[in-house]
Design a protein. Structure first.
Length: 144
């Protein structure tokens, strides 16, 4: 059995490279989307279509290698809902990049953790998420 307490420098290096590569690819794609929509006049829906087409080309070998089990799910309804929401999100993101500077869009995205915390509190089935869900206000007594 592998001892997970000892760091593996090779896997750590690969993980760092994967994260840097993902960040660089997101930056390149968002820059290309904004340039194509704002400067070249490509419709945002067309730009989003080509983004999805490129993503499909990248995913096809993975799906073919994994066979039907790579795309099998027991929660097809939730999966379809997630897919529809993702499509709406991408369409809105690309439409936003076509209208505002990229730094403004990124600054707005950086506020999303606040909305996640509020949404978790408002829509939590089990109620209170615990003390980790809300930071204490300055000067308020610690209740946890």
């Amino acid at each position: 059995m592998t001892d997970i307490t000892k760091p593996n420098s090779r896997s750590s290096t690969l993980a760092v490279l994967a994260m840097v590569g993902a960040g660089a690819s997101f930056a390149l794609i968002n820059g290309a989307l904004q340039a194509s929509t704002m400067q070249l006049g490509v419709a945002s829906t067309t730009a989003a279509f080509w983004q999805y087409a490129f993503g499909l080309l990248v995913a096809i070998p993975w799906v073919l290698r994994g066979g039907p089990s790579a795309v099998k799910t027991d929660q097809i309804g939730w999966h379809l809902l997630r897919a529809v929401l993702a499509v709406i999100g991408i369409q809105l993101w690309v439409a936003g990049l076509a209208k505002v500077q990229i730094w403004q869009a990124i600054a707005l995205v950086m506020t999303s953790p606040f909305f996640v915390i509020i949404g978790a509190k408002l829509f939590s089935v089990s109620g209170w998420a615990g003390c980790a869900g809300w930071p204490p206000l300055p000067g308020s007594p610690e209740v946890c």
